[in-house]
Write a new protein. Structure first.
Length: 538
């Protein structure tokens, strides 16, 4: 059997699962030279043209570039990042087959069929799923907007041809026009929040919130149990917090920097051995590095003294990094990226230079952004198998969006549609797998996708000091939030620009998108005054 799949995060990108006989050789003749290990899987490159000929007419119009093997299944994808996403999903059981919802639906589907198409949450009226206008006449009679799963099956038997269509309705979904704003305040803090991050409970899999208030008190909070613990950290947590499996036993700890220290604490709020680790300079940016998902962590740190350190798992500085010292200020968070199976670190400076270092700290390449200008907002990295096929996307304040590879070659430039006194920024989604362009005008706020196509536009309340976020909901719908830093309120919209809350939500800091007590109720965590509030939107 063979299955071709696309995801709602990347509907235009196709991957494939191919079943082969158990105990068969995996020395396939379409595999080429490139290889990389990721989370104990061997990823290899493939000859996409040869595969396409082998598949014949059943093949979609794409060229597969990479593969890996899981049991007696061959997994194929077009890019390194896609196949790593597949591996991650399999490892954490984030697949259709592991959901009760899909299992119930699949039992209603014909078990023997030549071709089966299954779509989750089909958009029947957009044409995106290939299901077109014939459904509109059934709209009122069978509540098609509430479809949870859809299947179309085609079979041939003795020169007779059969088709079967199945719909599974989800009555719990409400039309998007019925905006809701259900609030459930679940904890009071001693003072106003200054930092917050969503974390995972490794025991239950549920989401919790790690918060630091203005008195430097740190809390771990869950909707179900309230405050799990609290302790004081004698410094303000910087704008980053990540989880790691420090002991490689499936239990998760919390890593975050303060102004002069690196902290790793366990689920009970206790310091992990050798931490906190003091840094002589003031920390500017920090991030966790995990080569090949081996859990032999590194801590990548830049300072306000124009230095970049790479620390090992116990917080010792790697001598090859020294640290690295630069004449110009570090403009953005340094980042680790894997290109062609090799590890690199990308550092952006305020003079517009981009410097690429290898794992040993040797400078591999240096080039400049377009016109040596700084980006507006964030940047987005798209990994490839070489420097020429690994891309940086960024936008100028005036709306010039640029695609540049790691050889420094400018590949494309284009201007976004301007408005009145427009300012443009790029922001990654919370998951980091996509990005959007935002335009702030005196009277409007507009959103554009990664190709520069207009998504929607809303009225601006009058502020140019806004923070934007984009997240996927439990139904994989996209939601956008606009946080007014000056007026301290949040607005939340769906991908069509419809408001998902009745009134703006008050919050002292930027909100968090997450799940409620059952991990099914999706909403927004806001932080008004001395409290934490969960605002349900789905």
């Amino acid at each position: 059997e063979i299955a071709f799949i696309s995801t709602e995060n990347s509907a235009n990108s196709i991957s494939a699962f191919v079943e082969f006989k158990p105990n068969a050789s995996t020395d396939f003749d379409f595999i080429t030279n490139y290889s990389e290990t990721y989370s104990n899987y061997l990823i290899r490159s493939v000859n996409g043209d040869k595969l396409k000929i082998g598949f014949g007419k059943i093949s979609p119009d794409v060229l597969f570039g990479f593969c890996t093997v899981k049991d007696n299944y061959l997994l194929l994808s077009q890019s390194i990042e896609e196949i790593k996403s597949l591996i991650d999903a399999i490892e954490i059981d984030d697949t259709w087959g592991k959901t009760l919802d899909y299992q119930k639906f699949s039992r209603k589907v014909l078990q023997e069929s030549n071709v089966t198409l299954i779509v989750r949450k089909p958009d029947l009226f957009s044409g995106n799923d290939g299901i077109s206008e014939f459904t509109s006449s059934l709209h009122d009679s069978v509540s098609l907007p509430l479809i949870n799963w859809y299947s179309l099956q085609l079979s041939a038997l003795d020169n007779n041809f059969y088709s079967s269509v199945n719909f599974s309705l989800d009555a719990s979904i409400e039309p998007p026009t019925n905006s809701r704003n259900h609030k459930a305040s679940f904890v009071e803090l001693s003072s106003a929040s200054r930092f917050a991050a969503l974390v995972k409970n490794h025991i239950t899999g549920s989401q919790e919130v790690l918060i630091q208030d203005s008195d430097l008190m740190v809390y771990l909070i869950s909707l179900k149990d309230g405050v799990i613990w609290k302790r004081k950290i004698e410094d303000q947590i910087q704008e980053s917090m990540e989880q790691l499996d420090f002991y490689k036993n499936g239990k998760l700890q919390y890593y975050f920097p303060t102004e002069n220290s690196l902290h790793v604490i366990d689920r009970l709020g206790r310091n992990v051995a050798n931490f906190p680790k003091s840094i002589s300079s003031k920390i500017q940016y920090s991030g966790l590095v995990d080569y090949n998902k081996s859990k032999n962590y590194r801590f990548l740190v830049s300072t306000k003294n124009n230095e970049v350190y790479l620390f090992d798992k116990i917080g010792e500085n790697l001598s090859d990094w020294g640290p690295k010292k630069f004449e110009k200020e570090i403009a953005y968070k340094p980042e680790h990226i894997k290109v062609g199976g090799k590890d690199y670190f990308i550092i952006f400076l305020t003079d517009g230079s981009v410097q690429i270092f290898n794992r040993k700290g040797d400078l591999e390449n240096k080039f400049y952004t377009k016109d040596k200008e700084l980006f507006s907002g964030d940047y987005f990295l798209e990994a490839g198998i070489s420097s020429s096929t690994t891309y940086i996307y960024y936008v100028s304040n005036e709306g010039m969006m640029t695609k540049q590879n790691l050889k420094g070659e400018i590949l494309t430039t284009d201007n976004l549609l301007r408005g009145k006194n427009s300012k443009f920024i790029l922001m990654r989604s919370i998951a980091g797998d996509k990005f959007y362009f935002y335009r702030i005008d005196t009277d409007k706020i507009a959103v554009f996708n990664n190709e520069g196509t207009f998504v929607f536009e809303k009225e601006n309340s009058g502020s140019m000091n806004l923070k934007f976020q984009c997240s996927d909901t439990k139904n994989k719908d996209v939601v956008f939030s606009f946080f007014d830093v000056d007026q301290k309120f949040v607005q939340v919209f769906d991908k069509s620009g419809n408001s998902l809350i009745k009134t703006p939500i008050e919050s002292e800091i930027a909100p968090l998108f997450g799940f409620g007590k059952s991990n099914k109720e999706f909403g927004v965590y806001s932080f008004p005054e001395n409290s934490v509030v969960f605002n349900s939107i789905q």
